[in-house]
Design a protein around this ligand. Structure first.
Ligand code: HEM
Length: 217
């Protein structure tokens, strides 16, 4: 197992690199999208050079986010499947939020909230991709009728705002759980962090250490 002293490898380098590439592309795609949605934020399209450049780059940035999320889906889906023990996390949500729960919550590599967020992100990006392709004037919109394009614009805007709100929640929680952001930067978390926030995952790692070669937790 990859461990430095009391540290545990939580996220491998290619997955971290992909995550932070997604963050950059998502930030630029989201800010350009907001710049067209709310006139007060029109200046945000300047982040991509000029409003014209933002118009050209926005769809490609969105596709880059989609491709990155496809990679993350393949790598992370096994940790985000529903488990019976997720119910314990939901039942103790108050204690989780107050960081004040007595019994073990049997949390695997990701908790039930993170799993919900994972699936919501994946669903949103598919809706954004399909609606975005339909309304993409340079390549595809000529194949669709005006009412279909109008519907696509509405769906794209709702899904875009929804995903931005989800990501703001994701950032807030990532900062709130101390050690989580540094885990996504360095790849490592402490054993104590793993036991405090993901007790079942910590048990699985201990079991694997005791009996190596039995598959990855
Ligand atoms: C500044 C912005 C962001 C920060 C600080 C951040 C932080 C993090 C952290 C710390 C984790 C690991 C959580 C853990 O180890 O328990 C994580 C996981 C993840 N992040 Fe982000 N993130 C950001 C933006 C995004 C964006 C824009 C997306 C996608 C559009 C995204 C998608 C994900 C996904 C899919 C995971 C894996 C979670 C799972 O498998 O359940 N993140 N993020």
């Amino acid at each position: 197992m990859n461990r430095k002293k009391d540290q545990i490898l939580r996220t491998k380098f290619p997955e971290r690199l992909c995550h932070w590439m997604i963050v950059l592309c998502f930030f630029l795609a989201a800010t350009s999208g907001i710049s067209w949605f709310l006139p007060t934020f029109a200046w945000l399209s300047g982040l991509l050079g000029t409003p014209q450049m933002a118009r050209i780059l926005h769809p490609f940035l969105g596709i880059a986010v989609f491709v990155g999320l496809c990679y993350m889906f393949v790598k992370f889906v096994k940790y985000n499947l529903p488990a019976r023990t997720d119910a314990i996390w939901f039942r103790n949500i108050r204690g989780v939020l107050l960081n004040n729960h007595e019994q073990p919550l049997r949390i695997g590599k990701y908790n039930a909230g993170q799993k919900l967020l994972f699936w919501a992100i994946m669903a949103s990006i598919i809706v954004l991709l399909v609606s975005g392709l339909i309304m993409w004037r340079a390549y595809f919109s000529e194949y669709f009728t005006i009412p279909v394009i109008r519907l696509a614009i509405l769906v794209h805007s709702v899904a875009g705002i929804g995903l931005i709100l989800l990501i703001l929640g994701h950032i807030y929680l990532a900062i709130w759980v101390r050690g989580s952001v540094s885990g996504m930067v360095t790849g490592y978390v402490s054993k104590a962090w793993a036991r405090q926030h993901h007790d079942r995952w910590a048990d699985e790692l201990d079991a694997k250490e005791a009996a190596p070669g039995r598959g990855k937790p």
